[in-house]
Ligand binder design. Structure first.
Ligand code: MG
Length: 375
């Protein structure tokens, strides 16, 4: 089936308006449609095409495999997405296999988010992106039933959403200069590092702009003394923080670096889900939450609350994704210190309208659910 037809087929998301919440005599909201319905899950693979080849310290690629998900309940459609960059170990095959194993029709109340997550964790322990696709679609569905965006349901002020950074990948000097020109609308640049020419890359950027940068070494620095020297060097060049400077296994060395670094040290590859936040506190100043790691919005929210309660910095990131998953993540943006929500800007074949960057700032759509409509 054509994927646009797949997204739009039957029901349509805006049928949410046909099944409004009503209120009982005691003022409690009741959902008249909830008891008779069933959750119907459907999915289809969708390959994301990148505007530039994506070069990290450890590999390079021009596409990202993805799966688009629809969750239907009484004529209301929730949209979700799994994005599977190869280093996370999931694929179209593993995601579709996991989703095929799910029987969500056993849940006749879509508001049982905890039960649905417990069930998914019992079906298979990993498959985090696959679980995220269901979680995002479920949140979209529930927000449409409640006719509210999730930032409002969580009680967040959208004005507190930060600027997003825009990623400048490792590349040849002339391409880096071109990417810096393309990044003109963004107030913060994210620089991917971890190769021998790290300083050269920053020098090229600094020859064109003094905007703040944040650095992601993607585990590329194996020597703690070199990592510390880089942190000092970067701190003199308007750098905000350094993400995953050393391999995730080098916990003691990272704690050593954290003690001495003038810049905050943020965990990315080191952590995935909620129990990892406490471990990260031993060696890192903050965490990078991504929906494809956290199994979606439900656990991502808990991770942000826990990290903030321990005084840690919170960053909100994404994979290369359509505006579907990026808009879902944007609902959490008012809770975080830094956002890196440029995944939809890095692809050439987006199929949703959703979160926008306005004057460099994450701007959450005024629509129910995760705030997207299919293009
Ligand atoms: Mg990272």
């Amino acid at each position: 089936m054509d994927r646009r037809k797949f997204l739009r087929n039957t029901g349509l998301g805006m049928l949410a308006l046909a099944s409004p919440i009503s209120f009982s005599s005691c003022g409690e909201p009741t959902r008249k449609v909830a008891k008779s319905g069933k959750l119907n899950l459907s999915f289809e693979s969708y390959e994301l095409k990148l505007r530039h080849s994506f070069n990290l310290a450890k590999y390079s690629r021009t596409t990202t495999p993805g799966v688009q998900v629809r969750l239907e309940y009484d004529g209301i459609i929730g949209y979700g997405e799994a994005s599977m960059p190869p280093y996370l170990g999931e694929s179209v095959e593993s995601v579709t296999k996991f989703l095929s194993q799910l029987d969500l029709s056993q849940f006749n109340d879509p508001f049982r988010i905890e039960d649905i997550h417990d069930y998914m964790d019992k079906v298979a322990p990993d498959n985090r992106a696959a679980k995220a696709s269901v979680d995002i679609a479920l949140h979209d569905l529930l927000g449409k039933i409640m006719e509210q965006p999730w930032y409002k349901i969580w009680g967040l002020n959208p004005e507190n959403a930060p600027d997003t950074s825009f990623t400048i990948g490792i590349d040849k000097a002339d391409i880096v200069r071109k990417k810096v020109d393309e990044a003109e609308p963004y107030n913060v640049l994210k620089v991917k590092m971890g190769l021998d020419n790290d300083k050269e890359l920053v020098d090229i950027i600094r020859s064109k702009t003094n905007r703040p940068i944040c650095v992601d070494a993607n585990q590329g620095w194996n020597d703690k003394e070199k990592a510390l020297e880089m942190c000092h060097w970067l701190s003199e060049r308007n750098c905000l923080f350094v993400e995953q400077p050393m391999p995730k296994e080098m916990i003691d060395e990272t704690a050593w670096l954290r003690e001495r670094s003038p810049l905050p040290i943020i965990a990315d590859e080191f952590l995935q889900r909620l129990p990892d936040v406490m471990r990260a506190a031993q060696a890192y100043d903050g965490i990078n939450i991504k929906l494809m790691k956290s199994t979606g919005m439900h656990e991502a929210y808990k991770m942000a609350v826990l990290a903030k309660s321990m005084g840690m910095k919170v960053m909100l990131g994404c994979m290369t994704e359509t505006s579907c998953a990026v808009s879902a993540a944007s609902q959490l943006a008012p809770m975080v210190d830094w956002a890196d929500l440029d995944g939809n800007l890095l692809i050439a074949n987006d199929i949703f309208d959703g979160m926008k960057i306005v004057n460099g700032k994450v701007t959450i759509p005024e629509r129910p659910g995760i705030g997207v409509i299919p293009l």
